[in-house]
Write a protein that binds this ligand. Structure first.
Ligand SMILES: Cc1cc2nc3c(=O)[nH]c(=O)nc-3n(C[C@H](O)[C@H](O)[C@H](O)COP(=O)(O)OP(=O)(O)OC[C@H]3O[C@@H](n4cnc5c(N)ncnc54)[C@H](O)[C@@H]3O)c2cc1C
Length: 441
């Protein structure tokens, strides 16, 4: 016979998944009086967090507003970030021992530049808050009972079941499944009445035949990119990309990848503008050097690495030693146009093993953003990648994971206060220690 706690005892809360959103949810729930058990299939907490930001953990972004996210309901996101936004996160992080700094372009990192220190700090805060960690315990079923929920899990090969009044599902999506999130709780959530949208890789590398740009494999460039479905423009981004053996990787294209995975049978084209970040300087130098003996390779070398210069010139049929004044106007114009709009056919995205985030899952319309409680199952809360929300590269996804976790934890514990401990929203000034604009190595 399963027993949940009585009304006078602390609310019993099971948090499933000790990733970014689950750790924050467990911490907030415990700090607000709940008796919290945190289930994690891995032997330790925060396994995926360790690999974020290439081990540096890009933890948030100054521009993490609703408009930055791909979410079916912008007001839903606005409400959530209003409940727990960037400054709220920075305050909580500082308080548990994670001061942060901000790069010139608004990306937040821990001052330590180490994801390990972030995981250590969370682990210690969870212990201090009396969260009971059930590591190496994979939850297989959640059943609604008259007093709450029965959570079934497998630990050391044995199946066990425990009763809780509230359950927070923070089990992630399907991205990088080797680190623990494999999506097996999606059918369980469906069984509880939720809708399941098709799950797709997001923030994924693009599969592209590089054709004449194949020699650029290994080269990194800052470019503007736009995605086209035939004549229909879909989206644009700008940033760093890297040419690889199967196509393109890097923030510039990863930020477009959810559009690609949503259209598996479309004929998509990527337009690359190699001049996006250098156009004024390019125009100025060209005006100055057009009628001079400056070799065209020297001119292009002012903006691109040698491998790119060689490839661009070979594709244009120009010898690298030719002086700028000897290049015909029409040839120079064609080269410039190509640099501004090189088109490549997109064949798809790499799979969940190579992506950073999952698109799809449970629709946000089925969760109340004031509390992260399911609108269909009372006492059930959903956070993080379990829901259909995708942010771009740059700390947006961790901000969303922490925001949803904080709101859910606080609400599951039964508190109506603001999740950061204040009644005010994200717009109040931060009390955290953060060194804005520390120069990056
Ligand atoms: C390589 C990589 C780099 C990234 N870098 C960044 C970055 O720098 N900045 C950024 O903002 N975002 C980054 N992201 C995205 C970010 O990591 C995710 O958006 C975020 O971790 C999602 O948090 P979550 O809590 O929803 O899920 P997860 O972090 O995936 O956590 C889910 C947890 O639940 C556990 N779990 C799953 N199923 C069960 C079960 N049945 N029983 C028990 N436990 C279970 C998993 O083991 C896991 O620990 C990166 C992602 C990857 C893959």
């Amino acid at each position: 016979m399963l027993k949940a706690s009585t009304a006078s005892s602390p609310t019993t809360v099971a948090v499933i998944g000790a990733g970014a959103s689950g750790m924050m949810a467990a911490l907030q729930a415990a700090r607000h009086g709940a008796a919290v058990t945190l289930f994690e299939r891995n032997a330790a907490v925060g396994r995926k967090l360790l690999v974020t930001g290439a081990g540096r953990c890009n933890i948030s972004n100054d521009r993490a507003a609703a408009s930055a996210y791909t979410c079916a309901d912008a007001r839903w996101m606005e409400t959530l970030l209003g409940r727990f936004g960037v400054q709220d996160l920075i305050a909580v992080l500082a308080e548990i021992g994670i001061p942060v700094y901000k790069t010139a372009d608004g990306w937040y990192y821990p001052l330590s530049d180490s994801a390990h220190t972030v995981v250590n700090a969370f682990s210690s805060a969870l212990t201090l808050a009396d969260v009971q960690l059930r590591a190496s315990a994979a939850v297989s079923a959640i059943r609604k009972t008259s007093q709450g929920f029965a959570v079934r899990y497998v630990v050391e090969g044995r199946e066990e079941e425990q009763a809780y009044q509230k359950v927070i599902v923070s089990a992630g999506g399907m991205a990088l499944p080797a680190l623990g999130s494999r999506g097996e709780l999606f059918p369980v959530l469906e069984g509880l009445g939720h809708t399941l949208l098709p799950k797709r890789p997001a923030l994924a590398p693009l599969l592209i035949d590089l054709r004449s740009l194949k020699p650029l494999q290994g080269v990194r460039l800052d470019v503007g990119v736009a995605l086209w479905d035939g004549p229909r423009y879909l989206a644009t981004t700008a940033g760093n990309l890297i040419f690889t053996q199967w196509g393109l990787n890097g923030p510039a294209v990863m930020d477009l990848s959810h559009h690609v995975s949503a259209r598996p049978s479309a004929v998509l084209e990527l337009s690359m503008n190699f001049l996006a970040f250098v156009q004024p300087e390019f125009d100025r130098l060209l005006a100055r050097a057009r009628d001079t003996e400056m070799p065209i390779s020297v001119f292009l070398g002012a903006f691109f690495p040698p491998k790119a210069v060689t490839t661009f010139l070979r594709n244009a049929g120009l010898p690298s030693g030719i002086a700028l004044r000897q290049v015909e106007d029409s040839v120079l114009q064609r080269l410039t146009e190509t640099l501004r709009d090189t088109r490549l056919r997109v064949h798809g995205v790499r799979g969940f093993e190579y992506c950073q985030v999952t698109a799809g899952g449970i629709p946000v319309s089925e969760v109340d953003p004031e509390t992260m409680e399911s609108r269909l199952v009372k006492g059930l809360f959903l956070t993080g990648e379990t829901l259909d929300v995708v942010g771009p590269c740059g700390g947006y996804n961790l901000q969303y994971a922490f925001s949803s976790g904080a709101v859910a934890g606080r609400a599951a514990a039964g508190s109506l206060e603001h999740p950061s401990g204040s009644e005010t929203s994200d717009r109040r000034p931060s009390k955290s220690i953060h060194a804005h604009g520390r120069p990056k190595s």
